[in-house]
Ligand binder design. Structure first.
Ligand SMILES: Cc1cc2nc3c(=O)[nH]c(=O)nc-3n(C[C@H](O)[C@H](O)[C@H](O)COP(=O)(O)OP(=O)(O)OC[C@H]3O[C@@H](n4cnc5c(N)ncnc54)[C@H](O)[C@@H]3O)c2cc1C
Length: 468
């Protein structure tokens, strides 16, 4: 099948590229087989899933290459540059924004064949891994040594470490350990011209600019990350959870702000607004929680945990917070991936996405309210629910990922005015983000979700024909 947007390199003059690729990379690592190419038409972006289900994907590669070394990646990029063909790096395919979809065809470089954990340096507390190493596998190997990569995204089971960096990810422990950009020590990069570059192998520099930050969050647009060196940490001696409830989001924000600005570093702070407490958190922990429920975790040395806990709970009480049953925090921890599977996560034919909003404290509450005005209210009648939680905190600012859920297969175009308003109104990074059905992927034994049954295809045929 020839999809729109495909450059169809296998025809005519472009067969020279294929011949050159076959010279550069062993034949078994290059494929133009339709069933292979079809595996790269959608990541977990809702619109890509819907388009694929309708039989009209947003893009499809012309060739997929699965390199196993830096040199092979470099050779592929050099040839793509020479032949002026697009290259799209592909990690775990768990991205939520459609960034890995080859909308102009060309070459997908699937990095999952580069899956060596190169070195665990327990003295410097770093791990060096090839870009295609799966997040869950890395975590399990580190855990066996009493260590952890303190980046715990909900997609660890599917994502790669290269994808963590390329997508500038955040994990649930970010309030203590930082986001992925705080954990990167150095990168090995294949530049668009095919040169292999190692950034300096130290976490901070004394002089001059650093190119590594350019590649963090570059989503494959500036080159290919083939190796990462990341900071690791010892598994904490103790991890203690509390669940508290505030009368309002404003009270909760103030309690957390004061705690962080006084120097406390809880690892988890997840503040769910009233709607999210009711329809997101409560069903997963199996208890109907009141108000604005917030899960907090303290970790590390037992003495530090006890002191931080006591101090933060003072701030909580000072802002009208009620301390609930802390064991529900452990239930949350043990079920934290359930949020992303049915029945808690949406699936086709629903429409869903998230908007990640970052704001400094002076604008945080107005931004939260503005989002309610711009997104929740206008579409409430269509069944859209805005489930907001604040989950990554600094002394200066916080991030609120706001999952949207619209049940019933609405046309995504209905959301566009709200997206534009959100962009204009806030210094934020709004995007639509799909959450995929993890169990479905496991059932299919497929790298990416496969929701393309005849019924779904029929539902989406109209929408997909209208184009992206
Ligand atoms: C259920 C679920 C839960 C999620 N939870 C979180 C979460 O808690 N936190 C979070 O941050 N994200 C989350 N995500 C989003 C996603 O998993 C992350 O963005 C993840 O880091 C992507 O990694 P990947 O290997 O799957 O990358 P892909 O989806 O394969 O690619 C993502 C982007 O990075 C580029 N890329 C991939 N590898 C490389 C490379 N080696 N070099 C250069 N560019 C590359 C791709 O071209 C694409 O632009 C979630 C997704 C799902 C489906």
């Amino acid at each position: 099948m020839k999809y729109p947007g495909s450059s169809n390199i296998s025809a005519g003059a472009d067969s020279k590229l294929l011949a050159d690729l076959r010279q550069a990379v062993p034949a078994g690592r290059i494929s133009t087989e339709p069933e292979d190419l079809d595996r790269y038409v959608a990541d977990t972006y809702w619109k890509a899933l819907a388009a694929r289900a309708a039989g009209a994907p947003l893009g499809r590669p012309d060739v997929v290459v699965r390199p196993q070394s830096d040199e092979e990646v470099a050779a592929v990029v050099r040839l793509a540059n020479h032949h002026q063909v697009p290259v799209v790096p592909w990690g775990g395919g768990s991205g939520t924004q459609g960034a890995s979809i080859p909308t102009r065809g060309g070459i997908v470089v699937d990095l999952t064949g580069m899956d060596r954990i190169v070195e665990v340096d327990e003295r410097s507390m770093t791990v060096t891994a090839e870009a295609g190493v799966n997040g869950k596998r890395l975590e399990s190997e580190l855990n066996q040594k009493g260590l952890m990569l303190p980046h715990y995204p909900a997609s660890a089971e599917f994502a790669t470490v290269g994808g963590y960096v390329a997508a500038r990810g955040s994990g649930v422990l970010s309030t203590r350990y930082g986001k992925i950009e705080d954990l990167v020590v150095s990168l090995r990069l294949v530049m668009p011209t095919g040169e292999i570059v190692d950034t300096l192998p130290v976490p901070r520099h004394a002089v001059g600019p650093d190119i590594a930050p350019l590649f963090i969050g570059s989503e494959g647009s500036l080159g290919v990350i083939t190796r990462v060196r990341l900071q690791i940490a010892p598994l904490p001696a103790a991890r203690h959870f509390e669940v508290v409830s505030f009368p309002t989001v404003a009270d909760g924000i103030e309690a957390v702000r004061k705690s962080l600005q006084s120097g406390l570093r809880p690892s988890v702070v997840r503040l769910y607004d009233e709607v999210a407490t009711r329809i997101t958190l409560s069903p997963v922990v199996g208890s109907q929680l009141p108000g604005v429920a917030t899960v907090i975790c303290f970790e590390g040395d037992a003495g530090v945990v006890a002191a931080e806990r006591a101090s933060m709970l003072r701030h909580v009480r000072a802002h009208k917070g009620e301390v609930l049953d802390g064991s529900l925090g452990e239930v949350w921890w043990n079920h934290r991936y359930d949020f992303y599977s049915p029945p808690h996560a949406p699936e086709l034919p629903a429409v869903w996405g998230t908007i990640d909003v970052v704001a400094t404290y002076d604008r945080l509450l107005p931004t939260y309210h503005a989002l309610q005005e711009a997104v929740a209210k206008p579409y409430a009648a269509r069944g859209l629910k805005l489930r907001s939680h604040l989950s990554h905190w600094w002394a200066q600012a916080a991030v609120a990922p706001e999952p949207l859920v619209s049940v019933g297969g609405h046309d995504l175009r209905a959301l566009r005015p709200a997206r534009r308003r959100a962009r204009r109104g806030h210094a934020a990074r709004p995007h639509l983000e799909g959450r995929r059905d993890c169990r479905a992927r496991r059932r299919c034994g497929h790298q990416r979700p496969s929701r393309c049954g005849p019924q779904t295809r029929a539902l989406y045929a109209g929408a997909a024909r209208r184009g992206p």
